[in-house]
Design a protein around this ligand. Structure first.
Ligand code: MLT
Length: 270
């Protein structure tokens, strides 16, 4: 079972972290949303305190989505609004593909629907080898400076906290996540079929996933709401927590509470 926290009560909301992070990155959102919602924040397979994906199959986003479904089953959650940051967005899209009946709304934060280019894929394999040989410190060195927009790079505490999460990420889990990201499919053809309330949110200064990938998703998903935060980089939930909380709150207002109730609402006529 995936390590996770459940905070608050109400309709279920899932927050999925990015690579190679853990559930702690959503702390400001958990604190805010748990006054109205049952907020479920898991560590994705092999990261944080979660066990890696089991079995001999190569790791995939579909495998991560299945682990997420098992957690929803375990928590007796029939449907949830699912927000994913970056790699967490890839998992959210995979979950929507595999089990749309479990997803009442989609929040796509600093992410994209595209698959890797051949060049990006080769880069992932090289990084996976490096992480295996040298540990996740190499990621802190490589990704760290690109995570934040200019304002937070000055705020050493937030920056250092995220670097620390990266450094303590298990090498095996980070390697598996890199392979899963390299193997992920292009979700763009599926976007016009998304029929749940969708928020697409990005920082205008994101240097890891270009903000125009968010424009692309918002244009393709029917009725999606696009929020672009000036000055924010790849970690808007930590860089501009109040703005992100507001955007998530407004999105969740549009998700039918009956559609993401923890359990089927009993029919009062029976
Ligand atoms: C992430 O933040 O999850 C990753 O940067 C996503 C990616 O590398 O595609």
């Amino acid at each position: 079972m995936l390590a996770h926290t459940v905070s608050g009560d109400g309709p279920a909301v899932v927050l999925l972290h990015g690579f190679p992070l853990d559930r702690n990155i959503w702390e400001p959102q958990v604190a805010h949303l748990s006054s109205r919602y049952r907020v479920i924040a898991p560590d994705l397979p092999g990261l944080g305190e979660s066990p890696p994906l089991s079995g001999d199959e190569p790791p995939t986003m579909a495998g991560m989505a299945r682990a997420m479904r098992a957690l929803l089953d375990h928590l007796d959650v029939r449907r949830a609004a699912v927000a994913g940051h970056s790699m967490g967005g890839y998992v959210a899209l995979a979950l929507y593909k595999e089990a749309p009946e479990r997803v009442s709304g989609l929040g796509l934060v600093a992410t994209q629907a595209r698959a890797d280019t051949d060049e990006a894929r080769s880069g992932r394999y090289a990084t996976a080898d490096k992480v295996w040989a040298e540990g996740t410190g190499v990621l802190a060195y490589g990704m760290g400076p690109k995570l934040f927009g200019p304002e937070v790079r000055q705020e050493r505490a937030v920056y250092r906290g995220v670097l620390e999460i990266i450094r303590r990420a298990p090498a095996e889990g980070a390697r598996a996540a890199l392979l899963a990201m390299a193997a992920r499919e292009d979700m763009r053809p599926r976007l016009p079929g998304v029929d749940v309330p969708t928020l697409v949110l990005t920082g205008e200064e994101d240097r890891l996933i270009p903000p125009d990938r968010s424009d692309e998703m918002a244009a393709a998903i029917p009725n999606a709401v696009l929020v672009k935060l000036a000055g924010a980089g790849h970690m808007p939930m930590l860089e501009q927590p109040d703005e992100v909380n507001r955007a998530l709150g407004a999105w969740l207002e549009t998700v039918d509470p009956r559609a993401h109730a923890a359990r089927p609402t009993p029919d009062p006529r029976r």
